[in-house]
Ligand binder design. Structure first.
Ligand SMILES: N[C@@H](CCC(=O)N[C@@H](CS)C(=O)NCC(=O)O)C(=O)O
Length: 221
């Protein structure tokens, strides 16, 4: 069986960072295919034929093509359920609570983090001034959501229950990159958010990924 191909940019962040972490947590062998965005590798007709949005990440699992980082993480977690760290619960109620937590991340956390990334990072990289009013509002809206996290996390270890799941892992896409750029969105949101975030962001797989970059590539972020 051919080894899984993982199409990634060079940064150990975003959806590519999530997949690299799942591959590490599950100890899945893979071949990295570097997508050089600066050269436009992601917009070639060959690439777009596989990923019609022309983005990373993407996987090719023996001819089965899949894109969208969270879908890929779920696929790998379920395909390799019996190895490495369990990342999706199997019993129906626990899985439903995992899905609830994953929806919380995608509906409440990720869109606001996306706004903060746009204003605080992407505009800076493109020599554009951030819209300070939008940035301040997004940070304040996110703080209000994290105050609800504080309530949830006061009675359970993780967002989906007492075990670490993909729902926790998904928060790593951009929050650490923002902290590196001086926007520590997870700070000062209460003791339980702090405990949870310290736990999630100090997992050995994530610490190693940040230190070494995507395996086979030297990270630049
Ligand atoms: N929802 C997608 C987002 C993918 C995405 O936006 N990827 C960025 C890099 S993090 C990209 O490829 N940008 C290039 C482009 O959109 O042209 C996922 O989670 O996989």
């Amino acid at each position: 069986m051919p080894v899984l191909k993982f199409y990634s940019w060079s940064y150990a962040a975003g959806g590519c960072g999530l997949i690299a972490m799942v591959l590490a947590e599950k100890q899945i062998p893979f071949e990295l295919v570097l997508v050089d965005m600066a050269k436009g590798d992601h917009k070639t007709p060959e690439y777009v034929a596989k990923h019609p949005f022309g983005q990373v990440p993407m996987i090719d699992d023996d001819g089965f093509i899949l894109y969208e980082s969270r879908a890929i993480c779920r696929y790998l977690a379920e395909k390799y359920a019996d190895r490495g760290t369990p990342l999706i619960p199997t019993s129906l109620p626990a899985k439903a609570l995992f899905e609830q937590a994953a929806s919380i991340e995608f509906a409440n956390f990720h869109p606001l983090v996306g706004k903060i990334m746009l204003e605080a990072i992407y505009k800076m990289h493109n020599n554009l001034p951030p819209d300070e009013a939008v940035l301040t509002q997004a940070k304040s809206d996110l703080a209000a959501k994290l105050d609800v996290y504080e309530v949830i996390l006061s009675t359970q270890n993780y967002l989906g229950g007492n075990e670490f799941t993909l729902a926790d892992l998904f928060h790593l896409a951009f929050a650490p990159s923002l902290a590196q750029q001086g926007h520590n969105i997870m700070a000062d949101r209460g003791p339980n958010v702090t405990r949870w975030w310290n736990d999630v962001s100090s997992r050995p797989s994530w610490v190693k990924l940040q230190a070494d970059g995507i395996p086979g590539i030297k990270s630049t972020m």
